[in-house]
Write a protein that binds this ligand. Structure first.
Ligand SMILES: Nc1ncnc2c1ncn2[C@@H]1O[C@H](COP(=O)(O)OP(=O)(O)O)[C@@H](O)[C@H]1O
Ligand SMILES: Cc1cn([C@H]2C[C@H](O)[C@@H](COP(=O)(O)OP(=O)(O)O)O2)c(=O)[nH]c1=O
Length: 688
């Protein structure tokens, strides 16, 4: 029973950060993330600087080694650590892990040798393997179920959002390091020690925060359920499930290409920047540029070129990323490289977010979860390979100078080569992804792009671009569309054309059910919007299953009613916003427009009088409704006289037919001269 006056709706739980224990954990997470990123940047820079005197090759290998040491533990030992998190107290696990990381990172400047960087990096990552599942398993204990997604998003935000912050912080600390080197005994230019100290103290700060976090209850959620099985097993299983789906295949190939392009820059940034005369601060800036670009791509990308098909934007952004990457490789100017890197990141971020959203929206439920986890494992492995392999490859290639007529020397080194090859590969991958999943095949991408840049809707597909021809009949009730479309079909078949005669609504299996709902006089309560959507749904099915395949076969398609009926009946008749009706129908039909629309213009009083039998839902609308419909049909035809034939529906049937034949004859594809038909006796076929 409810008490009057009391708010009976369940109150929304407060924001997840209002929850003090979670806020503490999140703060610790943020600090650690910042430390992690600082760690990878500082250590790769340090590895490069320590080996600076030993030549290009050694230096490249040294940097690649740090990346490998960083990534290897997760791939090799991931599943073991999850089990550990369930068996021990999570607060203490995290606390001691933080202390261990603090000590290990602090030891690096104290030892100051390359070998120790590798060992310490490997150990820090091993410790991370305990920290992360303990943290992941703690979140569901602190946060109510309905807030879990929000918590995960915040988690993701700090995991990647701290990267550009750390990179810029690194740039600042490198400058400070250099400035202070004269006064503070421990510091020297290029030793990145200041960054490592900040990194170490971030772990210490996290340890203190975690220690005060007394509310972590004993395990109710098992970390083993959260942490993933072996990465390799996930990938193999995942591919078995999703590899057969064309769309998913295209998405995954493309997203990995985007990811790898960003990874290639990160992998060789240190040596490349050094070749361009930049020091550690510049390295920090390039690193930040990749992530800042990615973040802006993820944020702005989906808002970009709204009129362009998302699938096309996806493919195009990867191709652009590839081209930009190649430009990064060839342009040896630090400032331009930084700007291009932001652009590269933005393209990669756009592709990634569009791909992610598309998996969410278009991949069937059964496959979606697997697709996401497959993608994440694969992304991790790809990143590992890319950041580890790129500096190594760069090292193998070495450094070459190209001399142009003695005046100009162009240095082409391994890092340029790797970036160039990476760019070409990314462009190819983008191209493959586009081919795999293009939803506007046969339509010019350039024209779409130009239209989208101008904020216009994409060029509509005329059936001419496929091999067949598409004629639609429109008009009010009883105007004679059915009669005339049948006669036209007979006339065309007599001439040997392959004709598909069809109508809306109800020419497909699903369409028949929709038609029953739409025209059944019993369904009086249907709202105008659902009516418009149901007609559009019927049309989408009609276009995809009947019209488009027939056009691709080269047939002539004659449809009794098409999009204009919706504009007239739902737009004008039901007074919906015409722009909305246009938009949903463009989406439903993929922009397919008839080559010719025949409007049989008949006064409603005449047409309705011709109809016998019970009126269906729409026929029984008042006369005024039908007048509005007629006016709209006429207005549509007047706006595009080239694509319409308007005939007076009160004329005699035969007269109307002749007018229609005359007009259709003009646009018939490949008219076969009568003599040749007589001569060969062959049936004319429609070709381009
Ligand atoms: N030009 C015309 N003059 C008189 N009656 C016609 C004409 N065209 C069709 N009819 C008749 O009108 C009725 C409705 O025609 P139909 O082709 O089914 O129209 P629609 O498909 O537009 O509702 C039919 O009985 C048909 O024989
Ligand atoms: C295709 C379409 C039809 N309709 C209506 C118009 C017609 O009353 C009905 C189609 O029924 P139908 O019996 O095919 O009528 P007609 O012979 O007049 O074509 O559906 C719309 O309102 N919107 C649409 O988009």
């Amino acid at each position: 029973m409810t008490t009057p006056g009391r708010n009976t709706t369940r109150r929304k739980p407060p924001h997840v950060l209002a929850n003090a224990p979670f806020r503490k954990l999140w703060t610790a997470m943020s600090v650690c993330s910042l430390g992690d990123w600082l760690n990878i940047i500082a250590l790769t820079a340090l590895a490069g600087n320590l080996t600076a005197g030993s030549g290009y090759k050694v230096q490249s290998f040294a940097i690649g080694g740090v990346f490998v040491a960083k990534m290897l533990p997760a791939v090799l030992l991931g599943p073991l650590a999850g089990a550990f998190a369930d068996r021990f107290d999570r607060r203490l696990t995290m606390f001691f892990a933080d202390l261990a990381r603090f000590a290990l990172v602090l030891s690096i400047p104290l030892v100051g040798a390359y070998q120790w960087i590798i060992v310490a990096t490997f150990l820090v990552e091993c410790v991370n393997l305990f920290w992360v599942p303990a943290k992941d398993a703690t979140v569901p204990n602190l946060v109510p179920r309905e807030r879990l997604e929000e918590a995960n998003q915040l988690n993701l935000l700090v995991t990647y959002g701290t990267a550009p912050v750390a990179a810029l912080l690194f740039a600042v600390l490198s400058v400070a390091d250099e400035l202070l080197s004269g006064f503070v005994p421990f510091l020297g230019a290029g030793d990145t020690y200041l960054a490592l100290f900040v990194n170490a103290f971030a772990y210490l700060a996290s340890a203190v925060i975690i220690f005060t976090l007394k509310d972590i209850s004993k395990a109710t959620v098992k970390a083993t359920e959260i942490s993933t099985p072996s990465v390799l097993k996930q990938i193999v299983d995942g591919w078995r499930f999703v590899g057969g789906d064309r769309l998913v295949r295209g998405l995954i190939i493309g997203m990995l290409g985007a990811f790898a392009a960003g990874g290639a820059v990160v992998g060789v940034a240190k040596i490349y920047v050094q070749q361009l005369g930049g020091g550690d601060p510049a390295y920090g800036v390039v690193f930040a540029a990749v992530f800042a670009g990615m973040a802006s791509g993820m944020f702005f990308g989906p808002r970009l070129l709204r009129e362009l098909s998302r699938r096309r934007l996806f493919g195009l952004s990867i191709i652009t990323a590839g081209v930009v990457l190649a430009a990064v490789a060839l342009v040896h100017n630090l400032a331009i490289v930084v700007m291009l890197t932001v652009l590269l990141g933005a393209c990669a971020g756009t592709a990634w977010i569009i791909g992610y959203t598309m998996i969410g929206l278009e991949v069937e439920d059964r496959l979606r979860g697997r697709t996401f986890s497959f993608l994440q494992s694969l992304a991790r492995v790809t990143l590992l390979l890319v950041v580890a392999v790129t500096p190594t490859l760069a090292g193998l290639f070495g450094r070459h100078e190209v001399v142009f007529r003695r005046e100009a020397v162009y240095v082409f080194d391994g890092s340029s080569l790797v970036l160039l090859v990476g760019g070409v590969l990314a462009a190819v991958v983008g191209f493959v992804a586009l081919r795999q999943m293009d939803d506007r095949r046969g339509m010019s991408i350039l024209a779409d792009l130009v239209a989208a840049v101008r904020g216009q809707s994409p060029t509509q597909e005329s059936a001419e671009q496929s091999r067949g021809m598409f004629i639609a009949f429109e008009g009010g009730e009883g105007s004679g569309k059915t009669t005339q479309s049948r006669l036209l079909a007979i006339w065309l078949r007599d001439q040997g054309f392959d004709v598909v005669q069809t109508r809306e609504p109800g020419s497909t299996k699903v369409g028949m059910r929709l038609r029953a709902i739409l025209l059944d006089a019993v369904h009086q309560g249907l709202s105008a919007r659902s009516e418009a959507l149901l007609y559009a749904a019927d049309r989408a099915e009609h276009v995809e299953k009947v019209i488009r395949p027939a056009l691709h076969r080269g047939s002539l398609v004659i449809s009794d009613r098409y999009v204009d009926s919706s504009l007239a009946y739902q737009g004008a008749g039901r007074a919906l916003d015409p722009a909305d009706v246009v938009r949903i129908n463009r989406w439903a039909t993929g922009g397919l427009v008839p080559d010719l629309t025949v409007l049989i213009d008949t006064p409603p009083s005449v047409g309705l009088a011709r109809l016998g039998g019970a009126a269906d839902r729409i026929e029984s609308e008042p006369l005024e409704f039908h007048e509005r419909v007629r006016r709209e049909f006429r207005a549509l035809a007047a706006a595009e006289p080239d694509r319409y034939l308007v005939v007076d529906g009160t004329l005699a049937q035969e007269q109307i037919s002749l007018l229609i034949y005359d007009r259709v004859r003009e646009i018939l594809p490949d008219p076969v001269p009568e003599e040749s038909e007589d001569a060969t006796g062959t049936i004319p076929v429609i070709r381009d």
